[in-house]
Write a protein that binds this ligand. Structure first.
Ligand code: ASP
Length: 326
């Protein structure tokens, strides 16, 4: 009998990533980080683990990697610290958890899962969330543990050159990205396990120089993160304000359920038409219970990795990019 399919895809952020912006050493470092993060989740699935455990494992690996804007390596707020957002959701019963504006949990995605599994709520924010996560016994770090030199420099450049982040297309984070690509890097994972259940997780530091306790799409269920076994698991990256207004992740799933679209059509229509039409930049990764996997973006690049139907591992940065690993 044929084994039930498993599938996994991850992203490390979308943005103005064009060939030549990164040197070869950095490119190789990012491909390797993506490969390792995908493997962390894939190993869980191969051992008949759950898609929930798989997406958590991949996102933890990406949060631990200073290259990406989540966990260690998160961007700075206008006040020079870090406020982290994350969400996780499982498709079997649409149970979900999220944290926003947290300061001390080492792995925000684990915080989101703790909210899902150990509270009666879906989302906790700010200092209350910090307190809950500490009470849950999750590893805590001082806020400056998330600092990296490159993010500090980006923050300082941003303050000098761009001032405050704007909510218009080409806002500070994206504009600066043109000469400083590692600024992007919200991370996410979607997976399908052998029991036919999908899950999604997303984690971010948000946008550089953000103010007023700004929260983007990442921790908002239905905007940046969604999972439903009746349609798909989706994790988004891009200009959060637009993703919220378009309810991107839920819109993809709703087109599948109510209009009968397949995963590819739904992702393409939402990212390349709907979102783009009003200026939203970014992309999604998605898997559906039949094993279909999509990685779609309307920016020049998106850090990403996936397994194809033959089980080969691919990593990519730019639009026309595909590094196959043996
Ligand atoms: N979507 C994230 C936010 O708006 C940022 C990103 O994906 O680059 O917070």
């Amino acid at each position: 009998m044929k084994e039930a399919p498993i599938a996994i895809a991850i992203h490390g952020g979308a943005g103005v990533l064009t060939p030549g912006l990164l040197n070869a050493q950095d490119e190789n470092g990012i491909h390797e980080a993506l490969r390792q993060a995908l493997d962390a989740g894939h190993r869980v699935l191969e051992a008949d683990g759950s898609s929930l455990d798989a997406v958590e494992a991949s996102v933890v690996a990406l949060e631990e990697c200073p290259w990406f804007n989540a966990g260690k390596g998160a961007v700075f707020t206008d006040e020079g610290h870090h406020e982290l957002d994350a969400a996780i959701m499982q498709g079997v019963d649409r149970n979900a958890g999220a944290v926003a504006g947290v300061h001390h949990v080492r792995n925000p995605v684990r915080g989101a899962r703790a909210v899902m599994e150990h509270s009666e709520h879906v989302m906790l924010i700010g200092e209350g969330a910090d307190r809950f996560l500490e009470e849950q016994g999750l590893p805590q770090v001082p806020n400056d543990w998330f600092d990296t030199e490159i993010r500090r420099r980006q923050w300082q450049d941003n303050r000098l050159n761009a001032g405050t982040p704007s909510l218009e297309p080409g806002h500070a984070a994206h504009r600066d990205g043109q000469d400083d690509p590692p600024k992007f890097g919200t991370v996410g994972a979607v997976a399908l396990d052998r029991d036919g259940h999908v899950a999604a997780a997303t984690s971010t530091g948000g946008i550089t120089n953000k103010r007023y306790s700004r929260v983007g799409d990442t921790p908002l269920i239905g905007a940046g993160t969604w999972a439903d076994d009746r349609s798909a698991a989706i994790s988004a990256t891009g200009h959060g304000e637009y993703f919220i207004r378009a309810a991107v992740a839920h819109d993809i799933a709703a087109r599948m359920r109510h209009a009968g679209h397949d995963l590819e059509t739904a992702c393409h229509d939402v990212i390349l038409q709907e979102l783009k039409a009003f200026g939203g930049q970014g992309g999604v990764i998605a898997v559906s219970p039949d094993g279909s996997t999509e990685l779609v973006f309307n920016t020049p690049g998106m850090y990403r990795a996936w397994r194809d139907e033959q089980g080969r591992l691919h990593t990519a940065i730019y639009a026309q990019d595909d590094r196959v690993h043996s």
